[in-house]
Write a protein of this length. Structure first.
Length: 325
């Protein structure tokens, strides 16, 4: 009932009468009052006026299934939300849910991870009450060799969601790191389970530094948070919703073609590597060149001394000549 009550308060231009809530939710006035008290205890500022009803004045930075469900505007992304105060890894939980038959569009969110991980098994710090740690379960109909492009689709959605929700100039460091003012604010890890000819499921894990006030010495020069960049707190639930609204748009365009042709131009407009010198850390032969955007398949086009080379995201890393970007 908490989800429906929050949604009713948010969808109202003013006060919602207790009687209207009772009739809409099919519960007693006492039940409504009890839920209101619980919401107030969680930090929601709710005004109650005799003969008028209830009005939601402000919401805290709350992460819960009820909060996320009450603000959801997407058509299928997050149609089922699984929330944990603490878990090992949202990717691990999403894969478990997938193996148990979980539906396409299931969103797993945690306030804290104890075993968060990034690419190539690296750890991802996941402190409580500071970040967004979430994973989307997908069951796409594209071919297995096309699935890696979903990481770039997710990167676009995160960058665009941050831009729209916070006004910050988030960009993409190919293929899927989200950066603001030259520092990393988000990492994305895509994992999949496939057969030879079809995909069983894909999980896309996203970790965003939102309210971090500082970082360890070893990463402070390359990491940042939305709080540090904006100078004020950002509500995590609202940003989560903004990201998945954008993801649905890009995902549908990707699935319609099985490639990035319809969104390549916009991806390149967000690409912080574009027309910049990069060093390709190919284990066989590292080389330098100028990044010229991506192909329809998501490969990075690098103009090297010996001509054009195409870099696949699963094979190598790319760094700027003079630093992280």
């Amino acid at each position: 009932m908490k989800t429906e009550l929050l949604a009713a308060l948010r969808n109202s231009d003013g006060y919602v009468s207790g009687q209207e809530l009772c009739e809409t939710l099919g519960v007693s006035r006492t039940a409504v009052w009890k839920v209101m008290q619980k919401l107030k205890a969680e930090g929601y500022e709710i005004e109650a006026v005799s003969n008028k009803g209830y009005r939601l004045i402000s919401s805290p930075d709350v992460l819960s299934a009820e909060e996320l469900e009450s603000i959801r505007k997407t058509s299928w992304a997050g149609q089922k939300i699984v929330y944990y105060d603490v878990t090992d890894s949202t990717n691990v939980q999403a894969k478990r849910i997938a193996e148990e038959g979980g539906m396409h569009g299931t969103l797993v969110v945690a306030d804290r991870q104890e075993s968060g991980k990034g690419r190539r098994g690296r750890g991802w710090d996941s402190p409580k009450n500071t970040g967004i740690f979430m994973t989307m379960l997908l069951r796409p109909t594209v071919k297995p060799d096309e699935a890696s492009m979903l990481t770039l689709v997710a990167a676009m959605a995160v960058a665009k969601g941050i831009r729209l929700y916070t006004g910050l100039p988030a960009g993409v460091k190919w293929p899927n790191d989200i950066v603001i003012n030259g520092k990393k604010v988000c990492g994305i890890l895509t994992e999949m389970n496939t057969e030879i000819e079809y995909i069983n499921y894909v999980v896309i894990g996203i970790g965003i530094n939102v309210l971090n006030q500082s970082f360890p010495d070893e990463i402070k020069d390359v990491a940042t948070s939305l709080l540090l960049e904006k100078g004020e707190p950002v509500k995590r639930a609202g940003l989560i919703e903004a990201i998945w609204e954008q993801f649905e748009i890009y995902y549908d365009k990707f699935c319609s073609k099985g490639n990035l042709s319809e969104i390549k131009e916009e991806y390149n407009s967000l690409l912080v590597n574009l027309d910049r010198q990069v060093r390709v850390l190919d284990p066989r032969e590292p080389y330098e060149g100028t990044a010229r955007g991506i192909t329809d398949g998501g490969e990075l086009i690098v103009e090297a001394e010996d001509g054009i080379r195409l870099v696949s995201s699963g094979e190598v890393s790319v760094r700027g000549i003079y630093g992280y970007v």
